[in-house]
Design a protein around this ligand. Structure first.
Ligand code: BGC
Length: 465
């Protein structure tokens, strides 16, 4: 292990039996520089395979987005952003000077919608928004054009066509996998007599890329480090071997939605631990999205909970006590992990509050709380390093882009709220890419990227057709 890496076994007053278990955890979760380099190599192999085959190792999905915004686009567009927790219906006004105004209404997705009535529920929300904001079609038009950001894997067959590959993030709407998401939404709009037409469907990473491009024309990549994780980037069309080119003029480049959460589904490269396997076995899509399960917000707290329970079962934490809450799957939300890692108080009072009040474990000791903090830092640190490695792998895929200044648009709760996440991306980029290339890299928060990006793509589609 290199010198400046956190050593979680160095807790004063920790008995040797505890130190032995912490050493074991450290060995399992530590990712060496060599491992990172190897991971970058295998991500490249999976990218090559995915660009070649429909059922390649990575999905590498053509997005049909081939035009970049210039920042000069003007007009008002409607967009939808369906994430894991909320639906945002947005009206985006592009001002033509790289700035925009966004009016949005957020609807929390109901359990019933997630499990059954999703598309009719979306139509109902859009109806409310269109009514509230008195939005009508432009003069001479019958429909209000709308861009749709859909944060689940979809195999696109056109800019406004795409079949759902699978659900994740707890969605289980029956009879929808394999079917066209735009048609299902449009049918629901028709049932509600809504004159809104989906003219483009994009992944949320594409939203981040397009929204960032509006103000940063050198943006080459969009990433989500949030509940889930994924990235997209501009690829030369000649490299997308599996894409059947259409007749007529060929675009030079297209955005590829990588679906990198599926990296290493074969379980051969990433540093898995028994705690990851425990989560994977019990999760939706067992054996799929394994990279996502190691780094994203939906899962990080759960891997840590597994490791804490392992210490409890060996009587090295809370003197062997647990609670119904801590025993419950997914009870340690990643938002708590962020608060735990950020707790710098001498008695770790924030951790005390979370574990005694929320998790209902009475009388935690300072040693317990130090152990919790160190385990969170260890497993969260792995997530940060793996996230950075994946970002750098994509940047190294097109090394010529690093000869000039380059921006990456990033959104998501891990990037925004996990302590030290951005610093870690920058630190690792310096190590992996070298100081000179890393100095040309700008990471930009693509705030509201999904809503704005979908509106920009809707605008490009209306402009170019
Ligand atoms: C989905 C991707 C999405 C990512 C970030 C993943 O679970 O498969 O389509 O881009 O989450 O929201």
């Amino acid at each position: 292990m290199t010198k400046n890496v956190l050593d979680i076994t160095k807790i004063p007053n920790a008995p040797d039996s505890l130190k032995a278990l912490l050493t074991q955890l450290q060995q399992e979760f530590y990712v060496s520089d060599e491992k990172i380099d190897q991971m970058i190599k295998s991500l490249h192999e999976e990218m090559t395979d995915g660009l070649k085959k429909e059922d390649g190792l990575l999905p590498m999905i053509p997005s049909y987005v081939t035009g970049r915004p210039t920042g000069k686009e003007k007009g008002t567009y409607l967009s939808l952003d369906l994430g894991g927790t909320n639906l945002r219906v947005c009206q985006v006004q592009l001002n033509g000077d790289t700035t925009f105004e966004l009016f949005q209404q957020k609807f929390t997705i109901t359990k019933e919608a997630k499990e059954a009535t999703l598309f009719d529920w979306i139509a109902q929300c859009v109806d409310i928004f269109v009514e509230n904001h008195k939005i009508t079609p432009d003069a001479g038009k019958t429909f209000i054009p709308c861009g749709f950001t859909f944060s689940f894997p979809v195999i696109q067959t056109g800019i406004a066509r795409g079949n759902l590959l699978m659900w994740n993030k707890g969605f289980t709407v029956p009879n929808t996998v394999g079917r066209d998401v735009v048609l299902m939404t449009q049918d629901a709009f028709m049932r509600k007599h809504l004159n809104v037409k989906i003219v483009a469907i994009i992944n949320d990473t594409v939203g981040s890329l397009m929204a960032t491009s509006y103000s940063h024309p050198d943006c080459q990549m969009g990433i989500i480090f949030g509940t889930g994780t994924n990235a997209c980037y501009w690829e030369k069309v000649e490299n997308i071997k599996k894409w059947q080119t259409q007749e007529g003029a060929q675009p030079e480049e297209m955005v590829i939605n990588m679906e990198w959460g599926a990296f290493d589904n074969r379980l051969v490269n990433l540093p898995y631990t028994p705690h990851d396997n425990k989560l994977n076995r019990k999760s939706q899509n067992h054996g799929l999205q394994v990279f996502e399960k190691m780094i994203s917000g939906l899962y990080l707290g759960e891997v840590i909970r597994n490791a804490l329970l392992w210490l409890i079962d060996r009587r090295e934490l809370f003197n062997g006590r647990s609670s119904d809450i801590l025993n419950g799957a997914y009870s340690l939300d990643t938002a708590y992990v962020s608060a735990i890692v950020a707790d710098e108080s001498s008695d770790l009072s924030e951790i005390k509050l979370i574990f005694e009040n929320t998790m209902q474990i009475s009388d935690t000791t300072l040693l317990d709380r130090q152990v919790i903090k160190n385990v969170c830092k260890l497993i969260g640190g792995r997530a940060k390093r793996l996230s950075a490695a994946a970002m750098c792998a994509v940047l190294l895929w097109r090394p010529e882009l690093l000869e000039k200044s380059i921006s990456v648009g990033i959104d998501g709760s891990m990037y925004q709220f996990y302590p030290g996440f951005e610093e870690s991306l920058i630190r690792e980029a310096k190590r992996i890419l070298g100081e000179e290339k890393a100095s040309r890299l700008t990471l930009t928060l693509a705030k509201d990227g999904s809503g704005v990006g979908a509106a920009i793509v809707a605008m490009i589609v209306c402009r170019d057709t």
